[in-house]
Design a protein. Sequence first.
Length: 389
Amino acid sequence: MPQTSWIKLALLASGISVEPEFTAWFGKTNKYVRRRNFYNDPNWGPSEGPAPPQEIRLTGQHRVTVAVNDYGNKQWRLTWSEETGPVVTSECLPEALPVSLISNLNAISSDPDLARVSNLYGGSALAFFSPRACYFFADGTGCRFCSLDGTARENDEYAGRLRYEEVHDTVAKVIATDSKAVNQVMIVGGNERNLDRGFKNQLKLVHAASDALTETGVADHISVHLVAMPPRDFSLIEELGDIPNVHAGFDLEAWDPKRFAAIAPGKHADYGQLTILKALEKLRETVGPYRAHSILIAGLEPAESTLKGARTLASDGISPIINAYHSDRHSALGLSIRPTYQHLAEVASGLQELYDKYPIRPYWKGCGRNAMDFEASHGLFRGLIPQFC
């Protein structure tokens, strides 16, 4: 059986067909985390039945977390039977691959108020998404891969901004019942027109999470992770330096300047790629080398361009986050482009070389369902690239 890290890349490239047998079984249990639509909806198949899980864990030689993105391709299938339980099957594998599903946090399962403001992301991150709207969509310049415009409009109750008290109290309650299930708190969201005001609001939520972790005595091993648009006033970034065990990122999305402008037209017009790079330098100076991060999305540009960007970031003390492009039915790109397995494998191999050379720290601590970072941090992309079907 090939190593699960490579199988993850095959699943991210081709998608996983959620079979009726799995759906029928999954619909009978409320134990596991279901898809939260304000993140994304990469399920392009029939919408009948219960929402599928956001992710599964492949339980072979190494357990890795992978997204359940159903693009209608039957090459890889998520199914279930009394004999096997949930498994991934494919003609590309010598046998069925057992998978495990992720149980929800006790605090979230028992408290609708907590479920309204937070969710369990990737099986180990307590995630807050705020604001659940983005000003770029007002003038049609939203990032071309982003689903937020469609999901925010379909789910108006998700479009608000969270308050300090909501995040603080949620973190405290989750730690009281589920501290062993969480290894990071994640703050992410859309963007306000006034970037400085928006960044200040995000800082309040980071403080809320950090304060709760400190008060409950777990701040040394549960980190706070922020991804946001950088502010125009770089001095605001300095406030992150006062927060213990913090990671933060400003996302570039694509390295090639022309692709950046095409993929992220709002960021290009309102802020610019060079300014984001300058903000990343300030962030690195503030939070420390390799605790500053930036996403590059594999599949939106040639693999060599993504790797050039990752090498430049890593050599500058910034940890690259490499996500595989995942199609979303609400996004402008949709299924118009798809990265191949070979493309993702080439990027993963190059990323592995960087992890072997630099002290890069993965942004996702095992919860990056569309990412390669955690696997590379464990050396799981070394060696020859295995070939599937």
